[in-house]
Design a protein around this ligand. Sequence first.
Ligand code: ADP
Ligand code: ZN
Length: 681
Amino acid sequence: MSGAAPLLKDVFGFDGFRPGQEEIVEAVTAGENVLAIMPTGGGKSLCFQLPALMREGVTVVISPLIALMRDQVRSLQEVGVGAGALTSGNTPEETDAVWEGLEAGTLKLLYMAPERLAAGSVMGMLKRVGVQLIAVDEAHCVSQWGHDFRPDYLRIGELKRVLDVPLAAFTATADAETQAEIIQKLFDGAAPRSFLGGFDRPNIHLAFAAKNSPRNQILNFAAARRGQSGIVYCGTRAKTEGIARALNDVGQTAIHYHGGMEAEDRRIAERRFQQEDGLIVAATVAFGMGIDKPDIRWVAHADLPKSIESYYQEIGRSGRDGAPAETLTLFGPEDIRLRRTQIDEGSAPPERRSADHARLNALLGLAEALECRRKTLLEYFDESEVTCGRCDLCDNPVDTFDGTTAVRKALSAMLRTEEWFGAGHLIDILLGNETDKVKQRGHQSLPTYGVGKEYSKPEWQAIFRQMMGRDLVRPDPARHGALRMTDAALPILRDEAKVTLRRDTIKAAGAGRRPAVKAMVNEEDAPLLSALKAKRRGLAEAAKVPAYIIFTDRTLIEMAETRPSNLDQMAGVSGIGAKKLDSYGAAFLEVINGEAEMMHPQRMKLAGRDAGTLYDQLLEKQTELSRGALGTEKPLSCSASLLAKIAQLHSADAGAIERILGERRAERFGTAFLGVLRDAD
Ligand code: ADP
Ligand code: ZN
């Protein structure tokens, strides 16, 4: 498409669009009303930032959280885009700068919290400064159903009427109810152009595990990712503190976060997580909305999330920068019981409750999936063309077995005890365990007593868990969580349908062995990556910004792997646009070249030979001429392997040099290199 792709590269330093972005950018730029639903980390901001640069006038961005806005503004300023925020957290100088930018016409993006719209004068002000587009981030905040409801979002509809400009709304929440509400409240019911999909986040590895020794499972997962930023989502406040403590006890740096903490302590925790490299936070789901850290490398769920949407949103916080990220979600029968009870005992009306059960079922289906998790997950979001290879089930396909008879036996044990018992007692009946409870109730005389001896207790536990996961049985809060059969189980009970179950891998997991730490790059590039990270940390600390504002992990990884040897090549690295090249290119190049001088493999190969000396002389000439003989031209240089090839030429041959270097480089360096070779002859 015209215009956008070059800006994408020049300003943001990205080589291509992520799935869905291009179409959205095109529609927003053309001035259409747009509703775009993209997964967390899918790259929504770019979908209004790029159009804002391509359109006349100012784009006002309504966003719910101050910390998040400030972060985006800083990132935009870092790439040379005129952006500012009007928030209650501004210093007077910051506010002055925003006004100046608006008056001078240099400000392209104006961020604003929805609360600001309450002030009567604001709408007129926005009209006066020439706002031509409204972008709404986290548009689901307009929905009264969701837990993120922001009453002030309801004013956005009026803002659109007053300004009479197009509006682009963005959210990660996919359900139809929320969408309908967004259209109703933000677009006055006039259907915008909708973009749904592009839900895959291919860099995120998906994995689930049945709880075995949950704390160790989490500690092991974190240990294998030592030094990387991660979130452990916990079901309770107490657990966040316990897990953070346990992580600190094994020498990791971890903090906890939950809604019961003082507002100030929460802010401190958020800020630390945002700023520090490699910090872990153990948190309840209260931790999330304000978190916009692109280099979170992993997310673990110590307890089952509440729905498939929450699951995807929570794991979606990892790997926003596009570099690999990993996730692990633990679940067990207790989680299922808890989630069902929460729904049943919640205040929602009955039709809402059954929808919530269905959403929980979707998540449980994913937890108990028999094949590729990504496929199961994305099918829920109506995406069918899925390639994976990045989930635990693709890594290690599961063993399955025909569980029909087992399930029928379990159902029979339930029905014959009139659905008054939980899995523990039912398993005792199936195994023929003569417990006190069995004897008291006379259950040893049931026909199902002892009919399940072909499976062990853990195997029966896995069967019951899967029955709960498939919603064949549900705990009944009115009966202290006793299991009751659902209609979904009827066909199986009647032997009209079959059910395939997975064999659990419980026995293999959970051993005390600590896994080896996984590296983000291969061994050869690891020292350079550390050096680049150290440089980044220094620059970030000096500028008092989080490290990723300088460069994301993904950019550093690519730098370490491709080792650009000059600014030209540096410009080709993803995430480096013109402004950042200018600000930081030389500093990082120095790190890379420093490494190269010490140990560049091409140079090492030549070490001790004449060619080695020649190589050094060529390198020197090249550095001298990198901006041309007068030092005024565009920087250009030669890779180590080009220099090595020339150093190994047997004679000073202008034609051979040109063949190796190509026309452009030969023009700049050819004569000088020829001279070096002649002198050596
Ligand atoms: P979200 O959809 O959650 O708002 P963001 O807009 O914060 O996601 O984008 C997540 C990350 O992805 C950011 O670090 C952003 O710079 C990066 N990103 C966005 N678009 C691209 C792209 N086309 N290529 C590479 N990185 C991108
Ligand atoms: Zn898969």
